[in-house]
Design a protein around this ligand. Sequence first.
Ligand code: PMP
Length: 436
Amino acid sequence: MNAPVLDNFWMPFTPNKVFKAKPKLLTSAKGMFYTDVDGREILDGASALWCVNAGHGRDKITQAIQKQAAEMDFAPTFNMAHPLAFEFAHELSKMLPYDLKRVFYTNSGSESADTALKIALAYQRVRGQGARTRLIGRERGYHGVGFGGISVGGIVRNRMYFGSLLTGVDHLPHTHGVEGNLFAKGQPEHGADLADTLERIVTLHDASTIAAVIVEPVAGSTGVLVPPKGYLQRLRAICDKHDILLIFDEVITGFGRLGTAFGADYFGVRPDIMCLAKGITNATVPMGAVAVSTRIYDTFMQTADTPIEFFHGYTYSGHPLACAAGLATLEVYREEDLFARAASMAPYWEEAIHSLRDAKHVIDIRNLGLVGGVELASRPGAATARAFEAFDRCFDKGLMIRVTGDIIALSPPLILEKTHIDRIVETLRAALAEVA
Ligand code: PMP
């Protein structure tokens, strides 16, 4: 293969100059592995970007996309639609927990987050509570890169360059660094009381001004922050007490990552609105969705005072190729019982990840389901973060990981075998030993 010209593609969330000096180019993928441009096998320890939950190159999904592309390339979902859009929403509704049975389509996690916030604001207005305009996010939250998502999110570099963002936003404290939680296996013991900050925010502004709270059940992109035991239940109780909507951004935790269909199932906590993307099509065709409770949907249908009940949507909402891919993806998840498989692998995963406790530079390890976070001691002032160097070494050794700051995030496809887990851990250990 001819080497591509690297000048023109401005890469997202990437140090472009670093990449272009030493490109990492992937050319094919099957099962647990990528192949790079030099023909080397790369074990996928991250499901790419937490999204290829059923593993790569699934024939059933590929064929469904090919068939749909040949049959009908595109159809709008404004004022008309195609059967697959309804069929997929119905199949999704069977998998979704509680009364989250109505589905609004987007094309990405960022769009899902912004759509969820807009649904929350419009819902409050439609039900006659239009003064409820405040949105509550969380420090170290990640809800994509739209203006809504970065406003409620809590990553400084995603916010500081982009002006004043949405007004009327507050942030709960993140749950990381609570004393006694280092190297916790599964959910940490301490910190449920951090949810009580929501009461303080309510006291400050009055509940009648607050529309919704949005959190990731497990914060992924900011370094695998597992909620303390009881924390999400407490958030739910406070939201109930003050009639505030609770939004779970399950873009990462959805579709089996924790060993249940959704994080809401794992924690036994009911959100009013749920953001989805990534694993919804096994990442084959871009798609996202927002699931809302029947109560919210019915409120729009019964009380909106305009024929169009919700003024929002995307050209590609419910794209036929994405719906075809999504239907096939759900079949793969179900036929192979992949969520239960993730649950059955989780104990071995936990032990393996925590065996890195003695590896060089490691200062904390966190895990839940098939997610792992390995935090390294940082080097203040160094040009390159240790974790980025580990990422580079791992790639050289044939392992794909994700890094954020000095935290390594692992989230392998749910199809993995124990031998893959061993290989992930040993490769990472060897890579860390080489990092200065
Ligand atoms: N929300 C969460 C919780 C995410 O993890 C992500 C992506 N990692 C997003 C939203 C944004 O998704 P996308 O990149 O598809 O816009």
